[in-house]
Ligand binder design. Structure first.
Ligand code: FES
Length: 139
């Protein structure tokens, strides 16, 4: 799957800008000059997030998350929770959300094996993200 999120030139150096992914709000921010895209949903009970410095803060119950990694920092959210950070890449000046489907994964596995780099960790993480998004989009 591939979905254009926002022109890179529209991402502010500080703070966030909203983008749309299939009707869901994505918060895009720059972290050390590199764009990061997070689904705007708290991992506690789905509250909206806002960026305060280097931390996302949930408006509902105050959980906080590291804006570089998405990992929970404090609040009622589970300590091992992590925001949904989308896999992205920049294509012709656009920030694009990308993830491999099972067909892509099979093709990539063949290519990666041929090139001698299995990429197991990357495929596992993408499956986890796709699973999280599937659950979340179904709600
Ligand atoms: S919904 Fe975010 S802290 Fe409860």
């Amino acid at each position: 799957m591939r979905h254009e999120l926002i022109p890179v030139s529209d991402i502010p150096a500080t703070g966030t800008v909203s983008a749309d992914l299939l009707g869901r709000e994505i918060l895009v921010t720059m972290v050390k000059g590199k764009p990061r895209a997070f689904v705007n949903v708290c991992m506690h009970h789905g509250g909206p997030l806002s960026l305060e410095g280097d931390t996302f803060v949930c408006a509902w119950h105050g959980s906080t998350f590291d804006a570089r990694t998405g990992h929970a920092l404090s609040g009622p959210v589970r300590p091992d929770a992590r925001l949904i950070m989308l896999p992205t890449r920049i294509e012709e000046g656009m920030l694009v959300y990308v993830y491999e489907t099972h067909e892509d994964d099979s093709q990539a596995r063949g290519s990666a094996a041929a090139m001698g780099r299995p990429g197991v960790h990357a495929r596992r993480r993408l499956r986890e993200l796709a699973s999280s998004l599937g659950t979340w989009f179904d709600s």
